[in-house]
Design a protein around this ligand. Structure first.
Ligand code: UDP
Length: 405
């Protein structure tokens, strides 16, 4: 049996979305091409960036939580050619050397990036070490993606929507190198044929009660506690599931509260499809991963907020696609839920139908097929002779948290 080909997915745990996308692609490759690929997820920032930048994943949540406005200003101020090229220089300086060493060590057959800060130096690093492995970028912002996502040197750029393809075009990417495939989500979202009542029972919920799911991305961001309180005080005949993600303080506070309605509190869950299938409505910030997963579950979306800049376009996407709406304050959210659950109101049913029509639950499988085609094309024209490096340049690097599939 031949050795599986090494595939590296470059990501970083800033939020939960990049890891979810990386895992979805790894699952797609494993399902479509069993034994052909060995996929490693590599958190380039945490494992390879210079100190103190290697701590960015830890700063991310406090920074975006306490300075949303500043984050939005930074997004807008850097979303132009000049500032993007400065960011590329800085990110190359911060993490480029470590990544190059890592690539030398691994000689992967394929490198994929799912993070905008990691899109620009890997292709150049590959060529510098004599590798002709293809480099692919996967853009996860649904609508108004930052220009940092788009690297003209990438062999392939995969985007989720036509609007993102348009931005790629504006950033100078050739149409032939851009594919609109959809946002990759994990294969467990493909559906298991259970009804909502069965899904509720499987989650230990009351099968007969309408169910509202409240989430704030992987980090449990936003005013989740206040929204939960406002919903509980409506005393509607509903049950509420609050997923606090990695926000342990929020989880403790929710668990210590006495509620007027049935409330189920969870920390970071690994079975999000089950919770989504059990629910009639999701209340979430405008994270692209959660939105795409909700579409796959036919779940109407009430957006409770968004990160200015990177998630603003996702709000436009949800509202113009007819799958949900934005309500900013806990009181507005509670009023909207009351209205939409009034007998005879068809808002949620309409959004649910539209969500199913818009969903791309097979995106990870389609991306896997595109990646495989690219690798096979490279196999037809092998790398030039002399690409192997002297043994003394093969410096071993320790990356203990790499995840193998
Ligand atoms: N997620 C999860 N378990 C949790 C909370 C979130 O698996 O307890 C996943 C969720 O299903 C989604 C991702 O984390 O895939 C969040 O991505 P999104 O793009 O919505 O937001 P981000 O966290 O990146 O800001």
């Amino acid at each position: 049996m031949t050795e599986p080909l090494d595939v590296l997915i470059l990501m970083s745990d800033t939020g939960g979305g990049h890891r979810s996308v990386a895992e979805a692609i790894a699952e797609g490759l494993a399902r479509e091409f069993p034994d052909r690929y060995a996929v490693t997820l590599f958190d380039v920032i945490a494992r390879g960036a210079l100190f103190p930048f290697n701590h960015i994943p830890e700063w991310y949540l406090p920074f975006v939580t306490f300075s949303e406005t500043l984050w939005g200003l930074l997004f807008r101020a850097t979303n132009n050619r000049l500032m993007t090229s400065c960011l590329i220089q800085v990110s190359t300086w911060v993490a480029g050397r470590a990544l190059e060493k890592y690539l030398r060590e691994r000689s992967p057959a394929l490198v994929v990036s799912v993070h905008p800060l990691l899109n620009h130096f890997p292709r150049r690093a590959l060529r510098r070490i004599g590798s002709r492995a293809p480099f692919v970028t996967i853009v996860t912002d649904l609508f108004d993606a930052h220009r940092l996502w788009f690297d003209r040197a990438a062999d392939l750029c995969i985007v989720a929507t036509d609007r993102a393809r348009e931005i790629a075009r504006q950033c100078g990417l050739a149409d032939a190198r851009v594919r609109v495939v959809g946002h990759p989500i994990r294969l467990s979202f493909l559906g298991d044929g259970r009804t909502r009542a069965e899904a509720r029972a499987a989650c230990g919920l009351d099968p007969a009660r309408r169910t509202i799911l409240l989430v704030g991305g992987g980090e449990g961001m936003g005013a989740l506690y206040e929204i939960a309180r406002a919903l509980a005080q409506t005393r509607l005949p509903i049950q509420l599931v609050v997923i606090a993600g990695r926000n342990a303080a929020l989880q403790r506070k929710l668990a210590a509260t006495t509620w007027e309605i049935p409330v189920r509190v969870e920390g970071f869950v690994t079975n999000m499809p089950d919770w989504m299938r059990a629910s009639d409505l999701i209340i979430t910030k405008a994270g692209p991963g959660t939105i795409s997963e909700a579409l796959a579950c036919g779940l109407p979306i009430l957006l409770s907020g968004f990160l200015p800049g990177q998630e603003s376009g996702n709000v436009t996407f949800v509202e113009t696609s007819g799958v949900g709406a934005l309500r900013r304050t806990p009181d507005e959210i509670a009023r909207a839920v009351r209205e939409w659950l009034t007998p005879g109101d068809d808002t949620l049913a309409r959004w649910s139908t539209r969500a199913r029509a818009l969903a791309r639950p097979r995106a990870a499988l389609e991306i896997a097929a595109q990646l495989d085609a690219l690798v096979r094309a490279g196999e037809v024209s092998p790398p030039p002779a002399g690409a192997t490096l002297p043994a003394d340049e093969r410096l071993p690097l320790e990356f203990p948290d790499d995840r193998k599939f």
